[in-house]
Design a binder for this molecule. Structure first.
Ligand code: FES
Ligand code: FE2
Length: 374
């Protein structure tokens, strides 16, 4: 782990980010610590969509471990270390045969728990090796395959929708993206509305024109941002979702360390975007996003129209986030300034770091009201 330097002084003395209290969150945390916090290993992460786990083994990474996923003889999803017991060849290069994973080199076969169940060249008098390929906990739930590489997986993975959201989403779709960006920077991006008019301008929001107010606060599980007075009359999504100039209600919630839940309401219509992120390793994040839309009888049509726009937006974020990650690796994370619009991301960064150190949630939680142009 890199050592953290003292917090930097950011912006000019009269800039909106001047610290206003000893516990000010206006300063962005320093340091670009690529190591994944150890406490986060004992969590469920999505490693694949159920539909992607077909007749072939699937190579995936989670928390710096190489996994091979496949379905065992009972059709259950299984995750083993992607390394053959015999001579370390990647098992994901092999095949699944009769529910056993067969290594491509000498054909040794393994079951879903990693036990060797066949050595083709062995003489009849030989016994099978007793050692196993390391296996990992796996749960298949709601069309997602979750795995945990830590020794103490929680009882169950989270649900995509909370009980109060079950009715939401007359129609929905899912999209997936892998980015060469650390998890924390992806989480910050979710609450960083200031980038949208530039990175996604025309598709989602436009150049900042209107002052909005936002309340940013710690929750027991992360950070919540409620934004008031927002409208998006120009962009493609804005025109699709809202009547011209309509004010929308907008809430962003980060559930640490890996979920972003974003809710937009336009009168009786609403959209809920849930992104669940998987740290493949310290510098790579795989993101699964489900978008639920409630537009009455038009829900399916709206979802079909929003899907390609969402994909485009995700790819735009990927380009900018990968550039940022490469630059931070090169120059470090002592940034030269920030504004009120950066406060939500600063809350998320700080809470993420604190959770990794075991000092989050705070009591009482922090709360800050900001104004900025969106
Ligand atoms: S390396 Fe896998 S069977 Fe030999
Ligand atoms: Fe974005």
């Amino acid at each position: 782990m890199k050592e953290h330097a003292l917090p930097p002084s950011l912006g000019s003395p009269d800039s909106p980010d001047s610290p206003d209290s000893p516990d000010s969150i206006a300063e962005l945390p320093d340091g670009f610590d690529e190591a994944l916090p150890a406490p986060f290993a004992d969590l469920w992460y999505i490693v694949a969509r159920s539909r992607d786990l077909g007749p072939k083994p699937l190579a995936r990474r989670l928390y710096g471990r190489d996994l091979v996923l496949f379905r065992d003889g009972a059709g259950r999803a299984a995750a083993l270390e992607d390394r053959c017991l015999h001579r370390h060849v990647r098992l994901s290069r092999g095949r699944v045969d009769g529910g056993a994973l067969e290594c491509p080199y000498h054909g040794w076969r393994f079951d879903g728990g990693g036990a060797c169940v066949g050595v083709p060249c062995a003489a009849p008098c030989e016994t099978l090796p007793r050692r196993r390929v390391p296996s990992f906990a796996v749960v298949e739930q709601e069309g997602s395959v979750w795995a945990c590489v830590g020794p103490n997986p929680p009882p169950a993975p989270p649900r995509w929708r909370r009980p109060e959201e079950e009715a939401a989403g007359a129609a929905w779709f899912e999209a997936e993206l892998v980015m060469a960006t650390p998890l924390r920077w992806v989480l910050e991006n979710f609450v960083d509305c200031g980038h949208t008019g530039f990175v996604h301008g025309g598709l989602f929001r436009g150049k900042p024109t209107r002052v909005v107010r936002a309340v940013v606060e710690d929750t027991p599980t992360g950070v919540r941002v409620e934004t008031f007075g927002e409208s998006d009359p120009q962009s493609l999504l804005g025109r699709l979702f809202a009547s011209r100039g309509e004010i929308m209600q907008h809430t962003d919630e980060i559930v640490l360390p890996h979920q972003a839940r974003i809710r937009y309401r336009f009168g009786a219509r609403s959209a809920l975007t849930v992104s669940i992120c998987t740290p493949e390793d310290a510098g790579t994040t795989r993101m699964f996003t489900r978008v639920y839309v409630d537009f009455g009888p038009l829900s399916r049509l709206v979802a079909a129209l929003v899907y390609p726009v969402t994909r485009r937006i995700m790819l735009q974020d990927q380009v900018i986030l990968e550039d940022q990650a490469a630059q931070v690796r090169r120059y470090g994370a002592r940034f030269g300034g920030s504004s009120a619009a950066d406060v939500p991301a600063a809350f998320v960064a700080r809470a993420f770091d604190e959770l990794g150190r075991g000092t989050f949630p705070r009591t009482p939680g922090r709360k800050k009201e900001i104004e900025y142009k969106l």
